[in-house]
Design a protein around this ligand. Structure first.
Ligand code: PA5
Length: 406
C-alpha cells in the first residue's frame, strides 16, 4: 500500500506536509498502548477457523445480527470478495423494519440456518430485537433440543449475552473488553463470519502485521501524513473528507470507514464529516458540487492496481463510441480516474492510496492503516477516539421511551 499527495491547488504541498508531520510526530509515540488493535492471539484465530469451517460446511445461510462496529468490517470484506464456502451471509439487526424481518423469515424457509449474534454487551436494541425473533424461529424450525447448536454469540465475557449463551448452551466467542466495535476488525467480531464464508482470515492478519511494521517508523509514515493533513485542512475550512473509489465493491468498505471516522472524531463540536464517492456513478451527481460548489472538502482516493478486467466488445452497428474499440473496461476506468484526480487536485489536495489487489491481505492492511490513522488524527484533534456518547444517547432515549409505554 502506498499513499501519495496530489495537490495542484497550492493549499498543502509536500513541504508543508513534511513540516506538519514533524510537528505532529509526538502523536506517533504510542508505546504499547495500541497493541489491542491487532491482538496476537493464535488460539482465537484457531477457534474462529475451526468453528467457521464447521458452520461453513453445514449452513446454507449464516444470519449475522449486529449493528455498527459489530458488523461493518466483516461485511466490507464479504461484500467485496464474496463467499468461498457453501454459506451465504445475511446481515441484519440494523433497523426495526418489520418488512425486512418478514422478508427474511420467508426467504429462510427450507434452508439450513445458523445465527451469529454480535453485541458488545447486548444492551443495543436493534440486535436484541432481531435476536429474539430469530431465536424463536430457530426453536420452531429445529425444536428445543437442537436449536441451540445453531446459535453463536459474540460478546464480552460476563455480559448479558455471555450469560444467555451459558444458560442456553449456545457457542460463545470473545468480543475483547478493551475493544470498541469500530476497532474490532481483527477479533472474532469480524474474523468468525469471514471464516464461515471460507475467507482467509490469516492473510487478513498478515496484511495488518505488514502495515503495523510500516507504521512503526516515523519517516514517511503514511498514517501520520494523512492524519496531519486531515487536521490542517480541517483547521483551514475544509470540513469534509471524501473517500472515493472507482470499484463499487468497495462501497461496504466505505461504510466501515465512515463509521470509524464519524464516531471517533465527531464530538466536542469538532470533527471532519466523512462522505463517500462511489465513482463513476457519483461523478454524475455530487461530481458537480465537488468541481464547482463551495470549497469545503478534500479527497482520499482508493486505487486498486490489479483488478479483474474485460475486453470491450466490438460492434458492426455504428454507435458513436468507436473510440472504445480495442480497449478494456480497465482502460476506461483508469482514464476516468486519471481525469478525475487531475481535475479535483486543482481545486483541493487529494490523497491517493494505491492497493495492489482486492483480497484478504489488502483488507488487513487497509483496516489497520485507517484505524491507526484515525487514532492519530483524533489525538491531534484533541478528542477521545474510543467513545461515542452521542450514539449511546440515542440508544438510551429510545429504550427509555419504550419503557415509559409499558
Ligand atoms: O463502535 C462502536 O463501539 C459502536 O458503533 C458499536 O459497535 C455499535 O453501537 C453496536 O454496539 P453493540 O455491539 O454493543 O451492540
Amino acid at each position: 500500500m502506498t499513499l501519495t499527495l496530489h495537490d495542484n491547488s497550492g493549499l498543502l504541498g509536500e513541504e508543508k506536509l513534511d513540516e506538519l508531520c514533524k510537528k505532529n510526530l509526538e502523536y506517533l509515540d504510542f508505546g504499547n498502548t495500541l497493541d489491542w488493535l491487532l491482538p496476537e492471539d493464535s488460539e482465537m484465530l484457531d477457534g474462529c477457523e475451526w468453528l467457521g469451517k464447521i458452520i461453513g460446511r453445514d449452513a446454507d445461510v449464516l444470519v449475522v445480527i449486529g449493528v455498527g462496529g459489530s458488523n461493518r468490517a466483516a461485511r466490507a470484506v464479504y461484500e467485496a470478495l464474496g463467499s468461498r464456502s457453501r454459506t451465504q451471509i445475511e446481515w441484519v439487526g440494523l433497523n426495526y423494519s418489520a418488512k425486512e424481518m418478514n422478508a427474511l423469515l420467508e426467504w429462510l424457509k427450507y434452508k439450513e440456518v445458523y445465527i451469529n449474534v454480535i453485541a458488545k454487551n447486548f444492551k443495543t436494541l436493534e440486535p436484541g430485537l432481531w435476536f429474539r425473533v430469530l431465536r424463536n424461529w430457530l426453536i420452531e424450525e429445529y425444536g428445543e433440543e437442537e436449536y441451540s447448536s445453531h446459535i453463536i454469540c459474540t460478546g464480552t465475557p460476563g455480559s448479558d449475552l455471555h450469560q444467555l449463551a451459558e444458560g442456553n448452551g449456545y457457542y460463545f466467542l470473545d468480543f475483547p473488553v478493551d475493544t470498541c466495535g469500530r476497532y474490532s476488525a481483527f477479533t472474532p467480531v469480524a474474523l468468525f463470519p469471514l471464516a464461515v464464508a471460507g475467507l482467509n482470515i490469516r492473510e487478513m492478519i498478515n496484511g495488518a502485521k505488514v502495515m503495523r511494521m510500516m507504521l512503526e517508523k516515523p519517516d514517511h509514515n503514511p498514517a501520520l501524513m494523512l492524519a496531519s493533513a486531515r487536521n490542517y485542512l480541517y483547521e483551514n475550512g475544509y470540513k469534509l473528507e471524501m473517500l472515493s473509489f472507482f470499484e463499487p465493491s468497495l462501497e461496504r468498505f466505505s461504510k466501515w470507514w465512515t463509521q470509524l471516522f464519524a464516531e471517533s472524531e465527531g464530538k466536542d463540536g469538532k470533527g471532519l464529516y466523512p462522505i463517500v464517492g462511489s465513482f463513476t456513478e457519483d461523478l454524475h451527481s455530487i461530481g458537480q458540487y465537488i468541481q464547482q460548489g463551495e470549497p469545503i472538502l478534500f479527497e482520499t482516493f482508493l486505487n486498486i492496481l490489479d483488478t479483474e478486467d474485460r475486453q470491450i466488445d466490438l460492434t458492426d452497428i455504428p454507435d458513436g463510441f468507436e473510440y472504445l474499440d480495442g480497449k478494456t473496461f480497465n482502460d476506461v476506468n483508469k482514464a476516468a480516474f486519471k481525469a478525475t484526480l487531475e481535475a479535483h487536485s486543482k481545486r483541493f489536495p487529494c490523497f491517493k492510496i494505491d492497493i495492489v489487489s482486492l483480497d484478504e491481505f489488502t483488507f488487513g492492511e487497509l483496516f489497520y492503516f485507517f484505524m491507526f490513522t484515525c487514532c492519530l488524527s483524533a489525538r491531534i484533534l484533541g478528542v477521545n477516539p474510543f467513545d461515542q456518547p452521542g450514539v449511546e444517547g440515542y440508544k438510551e432515549k429510545t429504550i427509555a421511551s419504550l419503557k415509559a409505554n409499558i
